[in-house]
Design a protein around this ligand. Structure first.
Ligand code: ASP
Ligand code: MG
Length: 420
């Protein structure tokens, strides 16, 4: 088997869906499991439905109708006069969610979120599966919730690998072309779970692992993995080969092309991952596999915006020692801060954090009772893997002011204020 993954951008409209069929015809789709995300920005739109369900009850049916209409527009373009069967299917899915919202008294935001947001993937895969059948490309639609078995940590569920592996093998069992959903799974209580935003790559890796697939291909709107985000850097270079280890490092530092959890299951079974362009499927793209760390050997740039730099020092000029540091980390963990970089000197301790859950203010209140705290908001963290002198100079010229700098053998990091 091989596993393909098509993300939201590849199915954002009818033309995108048609292009997927073109890619599949060109590359071949026998013995292939195809994982598909929700169409375009559907997940964001469904997040708004959940938000209005909790914040403004009158609003959510309208928000939902908008999502439904967007899908019907795509269906009309694809199926022309033969829309009855697929419309019925799609309406049943949306109605199921509306019924759930209209009858539930559950207050758990994350639980409700997963029941609602997952409909994006269920709808998109139904549309694509029906459309392929209509176009003579026989396939089976597979409910990923029968396969991907998780705990009940809603919105970021953890996998039960053994159960998942068995369920996938049972469900696939000799079928040639399967269409399934990324991002979603289910818990043993029957509720739907999700694997975290952008989790469809991870789903593809899970399917591949369970099937011992011979490869995974992620089809994207870029030619492959580049050595920097093309929105932020000009003159980016396509990386032809990345080792598993290096891919994990790049994902760790925030390279967003590959979801961080994706690599590990593939590495365990040495299944190669290809990242290719759905516009030019014949091009080679990037391979993440055993072998060379990086080819070509160029510096790789990763930028994380919206960071906060905290500089803590003792109130009485005493040293910052193990005891203080362990206390600081306990607090960072308690307030769910993502720590991106740390640096300490005798009397101060600097931390670059990402305030993902909006708990910075209460954290600061506690910290200020114990330390002198200097807060610099809205900074960016630049990471260069495999840096060299020109790469460092390039960053120094590009940014406004460097607030903190750190280098290890392969990695240079800068906390910076961007140029206004
Ligand atoms: N549809 C989900 C999201 O937008 C999962 C994915 O696209 O990977 O986050
Ligand atoms: Mg997406």
């Amino acid at each position: 088997m091989k596993v393909f993954k098509f993300g939201g951008a590849s199915v954002k409209d009818a033309a995108g869906v048609k292009n997927i069929l073109r890619v599949l015809r060109h590359i071949g789709f026998k013995d292939t499991l195809i994982v598909v995300s929700a169409m375009g920005k559907t997940t964001n739109a469904l997040e708004r439905v959940v938000h209005s369900f909790f914040e403004n009850k009158e609003q959510f049916p309208q928000d939902m109708e908008k999502v439904r209409k967007d899908h019907h527009r795509i269906i009309e373009e694809l199926f022309e006069s033969e829309t009855a069967a697929i419309n019925q299917k799609v309406n049943a899915l949306f109605d199921g969610v509306l019924t759930f919202l209209n009858t539930t008294d559950i207050k758990d935001y994350s639980l409700v979120y997963d029941q609602v947001v997952s409909v994006g993937e269920l709808v998109s895969t139904n549309i694509i599966s029906h459309y392929m059948n209509k176009e003579g490309m026989e396939n089976h639609w597979l409910d990923a919730r029968e396969c991907i078995k998780t705990d009940t940590y809603f919105r970021d569920a953890n996998l039960y690998w053994t159960d998942t592996e068995a369920a996938i093998q049972l469900a696939v069992n000799g079928k040639s072309t399967l269409i399934s959903q990324g991002f979603i799974g289910s818990a043993s209580n029957g509720l739907t779970t999700t694997l975290g935003r952008e989790g469809s790559d991870y789903s593809a890796a899970i399917f591949a692992y369970a099937l011992g697939a011979h490869s995974v291909t992620i089809w994207k709107d870029v030619p492959g993995v580049l050595n920097g985000d093309p929105w932020k850097f000009s003159d980016t270079v396509l990386l032809h080969q990345i080792s598993y280890r290096e891919a994990i490092e790049l994902a760790f530092y925030g390279a967003s092309v590959i979801h961080p959890k994706t690599i590990q299951p593939l590495q365990r079974k040495e299944i190669p991952l290809y990242v290719k362009s759905f516009e030019n499927p014949e091009n080679k793209g990037t391979a993440v596999s055993k072998g060379k760390t990086l080819h070509p050997e160029v510096p790789c740039y990763i930028v994380k915006n919206d960071q906060t730099l905290l500089k803590l020092s003792s109130k009485d000029f005493s040293f910052i020692v193990e005891e203080n540091i362990s206390e600081i980390f306990a607090l960072l963990h308690q307030y769910q801060m993502r720590v991106e970089m740390i640096q300490n000197s005798a009397i101060s301790f600097s931390i670059c954090i990402y305030n993902k859950y909006g708990k910075l203010q209460p954290l600061l209140e506690v910290l200020k009772t114990k330390f002198k705290v200097k807060v610099t908001d809205g900074v960016s963290l630049y990471t260069i893997r495999h840096f060299d002198k020109p790469a460092i100079n390039f960053i120094k010229n590009k940014v406004g002011e460097i607030l903190l700098e750190q280098r290890t053998l392969n990695t240079a990091q800068f906390v910076v204020r961007e140029k206004p």
